[in-house]
Design a protein around this ligand. Structure first.
Ligand code: I3P
Length: 126
């Protein structure tokens, strides 16, 4: 049996902690508020959780939807202007949501950048 494409994105490609700040919602600027977040990357989205144990607990709670980013048509780019921190990149969604992601550890942020960029490049541009 072949699964419809919409069911496949449940496969986790990468997960781990990063610092996250959402800076715009639907094109509207938000006050920057960095917080540590557990990221779960699947084929077409990133979900954000407070901690690594949460995804398993959330699956027991029907109806709960974590904050997430739709990668379809999204842009990813390094930025040195949007933060005083090092190793910051920005994801901008089609719907005008903007997220900054950061780690002080170079290889960790590089791995995430490439994993997310690969996911975006594989997706249709909406
Ligand atoms: C912000 C906070 C952020 C900082 C931001 C400040 O202040 O210090 O950490 O971003 O700088 O405005 P507040 O907590 O009062 O909102 P960075 O750490 O990314 O530099 P910004 O205004 O230059 O974005």
């Amino acid at each position: 049996i072949t699964e419809p494409v919409s069911k496949i994105p449940l496969v986790v490609e990468k997960e781990g902690y990063l610092l996250k700040a959402k800076i715009a919602d639907g094109g509207k600027k938000l006050r920057k508020n960095w917080s540590t977040s557990w990221l779960v990357l699947t084929a077409r989205k990133i979900e954000f959780y407070k901690e690594s144990k949460q995804p398993a607990l959330v699956s027991l709670k029907p109806g709960y939807k974590p904050e997430w980013v739709d990668l379809c048509g999204a842009c990813i780019e390094w930025t040195t202007e949007k933060s005083s921190r090092k190793n910051v990149f920005q994801i901008t969604t089609v719907s005008g949501n903007e997220f900054l992601l950061q780690s002080d550890i170079d290889f960790i942020i590089l791995d995430w950048f490439h994993a997310i960029k690969n996911a975006i490049d594989r997706l249709p541009k909406e």
